[in-house]
Write a protein that binds this ligand. Structure first.
Ligand SMILES: [Zn+2]
Length: 344
């Protein structure tokens, strides 16, 4: 087919578009498209096993004509999608495109399954793989300047857990379900440049050790931390040489005019987001938190129409080697037997 691109009639252009659409359709379903896309989107090819990146040579093709590589350091062979969310799935690039359109609309697993013509288990696995890939976004966050931090708690959710594995409820303890230990504790922080961070730190009341483990590597000395009057934040601020402004409970502003309004706003936005989903197991809650924070970022930075593509191209190249088995054997983010010790 020969086209002089600068000298085409509308009819020629329509024919060309039709032709390109046929090619696009074939490409979306072709077995080696995903590996080509991942290669194109990745800055450099890295060994998924030993992370070496200057020791990779090409090493033939798979039966689906996918480029294979050899790592000269660890002698292992791999392809560009090894340990990414598309590894060892039968899904096509077109399936993933449709899936991300559903993610951008926050559709339920059931509605997504109907829209992309896959079964619910497949869609559930796709979602959890994507959520794991989004955790890389949280790992990269750094906070600076004036940083508001505060925690919230949510009831522990056992969705999907076998009845026989659930903590046994003792009828003698009527107030047991109100116990603070039976809640997930999520620490949130937001800085003056709107960088946002939310992470499950444990269950029950927050401790200075949990704050350290969560925020310790996120904030450099010399920045300012704004919190409530919990002493756990005082020791954290002291250890990291942070200026500390604290706001007494039931007051809005402290004497220097600082508030926690931004972080409280973030928390309430999160409650709005999570209420879309009819109960999320605590095992998978961090994934949904990561989705929320990533969504806030693209809502701010990217035009709505491009959200599915942005999410697709960000996640497709991240290492996300969670398997179906991992999904069903996922652990709680804290020791559930200790959280419910008062039940035994
Ligand atoms: Zn290697």
């Amino acid at each position: 087919m020969n086209y002089d691109l600068n000298n085409m009639t509308p009819r020629d252009i329509e024919k060309l578009i039709e032709f390109l659409q046929t090619i696009l359709g074939n490409t979306l379903e072709s077995k080696n498209t995903i590996s080509k896309v991942v290669k194109q989107e990745s800055e450099n090819i890295e060994c998924p096993y030993c992370h070496c990146n200057d020791c990779i040579i090409k090493s033939g093709y798979t039966k689906n004509k996918i480029q294979r590589y050899l790592c000269k350091t660890c002698r292992k062979k791999f392809i560009s999608t090894t340990n990414t969310l598309c590894y060892r799935t039968k899904l096509s690039f077109g399936d993933w495109q449709l899936f991300f359109e559903c993610m951008a609309d926050c559709l339920s697993i059931r509605k997504t399954a109907a829209k992309i013509h896959k079964n619910k288990n497949t869609v559930f696995a796709m979602r959890l793989k994507v959520l794991q890939a989004l955790s890389t976004f949280r790992n990269k966050v750094k906070l600076s300047g004036e940083i508001q931090a505060d925690e919230f708690s949510m009831p522990i959710n056992f969705k999907g857990m076998k009845q026989s594995n659930m903590p046994r409820y003792s009828k003698k303890r009527k107030s047991a379900s109100k116990k603070v230990n039976h809640k997930v504790c999520v620490l949130g922080a937001i800085d003056e440049n709107d960088n946002q961070y939310l992470e499950i730190v444990g269950n029950g009341e927050i401790t200075s050790k949990e704050i350290e483990e969560s925020l310790g590597s996120k904030i450099e000395a010399g920045n300012m931390l704004i919190t409530d009057c919990r002493s756990a934040y005082e020791s954290f601020a002291k250890n990291h040489n942070l200026k500390l402004e604290q706001i007494k409970s039931k007051t809005y502003k402290n004497e220097n005019g600082y508030t926690l309004s931004e972080i409280n706003g973030l928390h309430s936005n999160f409650f709005g987001f999570i209420s879309h989903f009819k109960g999320v197991s605590t095992k998978h809650l961090q994934g949904y938190i990561d989705w929320f924070v990533y969504k806030k970022y693209i809502d701010y930075a990217i035009e709505v129409i491009n959200h599915p593509k942005e999410m697709l191209y960000y996640t497709i190249k991240q290492k996300s080697n969670i398997t179906i088995k991992d999904i069903y054997n996922a652990d709680f983010p804290f020791d559930i037997d200790i959280a419910y010790a008062d039940y035994h």
